[in-house]
Design a protein around this ligand. Structure first.
Ligand SMILES: NC(=O)c1ccc[n+]([C@@H]2O[C@H](COP(=O)([O-])OP(=O)(O)OC[C@H]3O[C@@H](n4cnc5c(N)ncnc54)[C@H](O)[C@@H]3O)[C@@H](O)[C@H]2O)c1
Length: 368
């Protein structure tokens, strides 16, 4: 198969979908890899390193889409890329369709085969490709939140850890999955007072076992969320319902009760955000103020630490890319249920229920 890797187009997206070690692996199996010039530069990987591994460099992005049977990316295609997508071309990337009707319509119209990183789910119910990016984003959410709590950044002017004789900050995390757990690890390590809310009692039981004593778990219901949001210096949104648009578990009215200069980091913004006042932002303009609360809603947080994130992502995408390239998407989906779950669209037909529900569209289960 010809595997194409374009340079990412999203604002401040520094990651790249394939590293030289992955190129070598794919070539060993008889595939061809074409990569856009400069695609790895944001992650500290030079064109020469890709060439040494056997990739062919391409100057024009259009040539990648013209030739590649499998396009590997990091983030969803942007409007300027929609006309480049081809019928039956496999596109393997983060799509987050439920957050964008425009992208959903464009990918359906192109009749491409869309395999979404975020809906690949293994036999343990885990999301193996989303997980490392959620680990990065969860850890980063506290790093960024701590920064914006500083007075020169227009925050409350509070130190997460406090100091002897002065109380630490209140960190409230809604959603105790991978993002939430990694956020809690870092925040508790700083010495903050941390509360985690989740609807899954089994998960709360696990978190109660493994977390240090400065982390308290609470069942997620409107009353508990309302009270904890009011107390929060730093609020992290980390809710996920697979494939679906994130529910607004924190309402506008709750945000209005927050302290002036408090900070919200809505990590779930890539799925539309779990806080009603959240709007997508980017690394060049990461925050805005609403009701005197700073909102950090960057949709590609891991890109800020691209050298770490690219390798973490490539470690988990390569086994699936290898299987799709070796077998073709139909056989790969037949033999590997995780890949089947990743298939969101096939040749103009929507195959993911959560995306269909988000837009009131019809869908058909993909049968390979
Ligand atoms: N912005 C970014 O750059 C970035 C990066 C990585 C991940 N994400 C996003 O972060 C979100 C979380 O990802 P994850 O990997 O932690 O997911 P996850 O599935 O591991 O965890 C989600 C948790 O939310 C909980 N939940 C569901 N409904 C809830 C509710 N009403 N109240 C409280 N908890 C609820 C679930 O029980 C689960 O424990 C996703 O939307 C993901 O796409 C964003």
């Amino acid at each position: 198969m010809i595997i194409g890797v374009p340079k990412e187009t999203k604002s401040d997206e520094y990651r790249v979908a394939l590293v030289p070690a992955g190129v070598e692996e794919l070539l060993k199996r008889g595939h061809t890899v074409i990569i856009e010039q400069g695609a790895g530069s944001g992650s500290g990987i030079s064109d020469e390193e890709y060439q040494r591994a056997g990739a062919q460099l391409v100057v024009e992005r259009g040539e990648i889409y013209d030739k590649a049977q499998l396009v590997m990316k990091v983030k969803e295609p942007l409007p300027e890329e929609y006309p480049l997508l081809r019928e039956e071309q496999i596109v393997f990337t983060f799509f987050h369709f439920a957050a964008s009707k425009q992208l959903t319509d464009a990918t359906l119209k192109a009749k491409a085969v869309a395999i979404a990183y975020e809906t690949i789910r293994d036999e343990h119910g885990q999301h193996p490709i989303l997980t490392p990016m959620s680990e990065v984003a969860g850890r980063m959410s506290i790093q960024e939140g701590a920064k914006y709590l500083e007075k020169p950044m227009l925050g409350r002017g509070i130190l997460l850890s406090g100091v002897p004789g002065v109380a630490p900050a209140e960190v409230v995390i809604v959603g105790g999955g991978v993002v939430g757990t990694n956020a809690a690890k870092v925040a508790s390590g700083f010495g903050a007072r941390v509360t985690m809310l989740d609807i899954n009692t089994g998960r709360l039981r696990y978190l109660d076992d493994i977390m240090p004593k400065n982390v308290v778990t609470l069942i997620s219901n409107t009353q508990n969320i309302r009270q904890k949001v009011r107390d929060a210096d730093l609020l992290i949104g980390a809710v996920l319902i697979e494939g679906a648009r994130a529910p607004h578990v924190v309402t506008k009215e709750m945000v209005q009760t927050m302290k002036p200069g408090a900070v919200i980091v809505d990590v779930a913004i890539d799925q539309g955000g779990c806080i009603e006042t959240s709007k997508p932002t980017n690394h060049s303009n990461p925050v805005y103020r609403e009701y005197d609360v700073l909102h950090y809603c960057v949709t590609n947080i891991p890109s800020a630490v691209a050298c770490t994130s690219t390798h973490a992502l490539a470690n988990v995408t390569l086994p699936y890319a290898r299987e799709i390239a070796d077998k073709g998407y139909e056989r790969a989906a037949r033999e590997n249920p995780a890949i089947l779950k990743g298939i969101n669209m096939v040749k103009g037909v929507l195959t993911n229920k959560a995306v269909a529900d988000a837009f009131g569209m019809s869908y058909r289960i993909f049968q390979s």
